[in-house]
Design a protein around this ligand. Sequence first.
Ligand code: ADP
Ligand code: MG
Length: 482
Amino acid sequence: MDYEAVIGLEVHVQIKTRSKMFTAAPAGFGEAPNTLVDPVVLGLPGVLPVMNHAAIEQIIRTGLMFGCSIAPVCKWDRKNYFYPDSPKNYQISQYDQPICVGGTVEIELPGPSRNVMGEHKHIHLTRIHLEEDVGKLTHFENDSLVDFNRAGTPLMEIVTEPDLRTPEEVFAFLTALRQAMVCAGISDCDMEKGQLRCDANISVRPRGETKLGTKIELKNLNSISGVRNGVTFEIERQIGIVAAGGSLTQETRRWDLEANISTPMRTKEMAHDYRYFPDPDLMPVEVDEAWKDRLRATLPELPFDRQRRLMESFGLPYTITSVVVPDRPLGEFFDAAAAAAPKQAQKIGNWIVNDLLRELSAAGRPITDSPVRPEAIVGLVGLVEEGAINSNVAKEVFVEMFRTGEAPGAIVDRKGLRQSLDTGELEAWCREAIEKNPKSVEDFRAGKENALNFLKGQVMRMSKGKANPKAVDDLLRALMAG
Ligand code: ADP
Ligand code: MG
């Protein structure tokens, strides 16, 4: 029997804001424990929460970006529980009225090779709601430490429909989600900093079956490799049980990063009763059309949309767009250059993807700090195009552009690199090379192509690299044929 997995995700994404969700205490990562706190974060008696306007705007932007419907009223509920990660014994969240409902996230599956675009799919979202993050517990053998720095950070919970089928699709979903969020400036989605965390609901069923199987929620998938390995492991574990005639009970399991296995955490019988009720300290927020329109206007072009546009309007190959697009500043760099010379877009793309990225990575600099600006790349491509320099010289000029930040034309003039277009001079060099190397001429005439390369090399040397290789090739052949 052939089985398939069915997966739905619950993804938590921290919104990038200066302050916390319900108080002015700063949000941040990596500070000394319990320094990013105030009486509201600590839930001291008598404090009152105040909403973070920027966080609400960011979740509405998220919803608009993924085509969700935005609830006309954003209301808050208390999720009650007793656990040391929350000092006030409840978490402010949204229960029955999430601010975003429906919508989809477009994903790209791996193609047949890295250079070929894979299939695109739309994964349906159930809802996105806003809540406050909780504190972080670190457990030791006998003691646990509590750090409330994370507590109160604005946190989105994004819930998908059970649309995903494989660990690759889960990975593609998280990648697309992260790229869109980073692109729109909503979150940095750094998994290592806990800014994106993912729980996976997994079930299996015989292929062809339409009913859903018993779901198991897998927690603690806190790295990209954790997601891949955890989901893969859990699918195989479940198929193993079901294929052997066993049955599964609905439960929550924990991914053990070190042992590479999932272990039981709690079953449905132990599930919490959170006793949700509307938070009496917070007023509902009305979201009108004008506010949504204002926020919609702030959204960037999404990565896949930009990719389609670049492929359609410039005929760019996937090998270039798939590198340029996921990084918004890089995409904008390309767009600025291509707008100045649309016909040369592909060559511009090659310079950016091959040469500029290589130099930037060697120098450890981001694209936003590139000493070579878009107009300089356009200038360089122009110099090659008009025949002022050949492509070998252009490579040299590029390295110098990167080193000094100078314009390509200035470098070419300063170093006297303009290609020799004087055919008389070129012919003299070619004749000299032929005269001085009778053995190579003989070899070439006997059919050895390699001999031509040797002669070309001689001419290029005499021209100090300024001769056009194609012209040298043509001329040498003509002279030796004659
Ligand atoms: P719960 O009531 O336990 O919170 P929900 O129905 O709200 O469960 O679903 C939570 C998540 O689990 C969603 O992402 C949903 O897509 C996913 N899910 C629900 N049922 C299944 C199933 N049988 N197999 C895999 N995923 C599922
Ligand atoms: Mg649920």
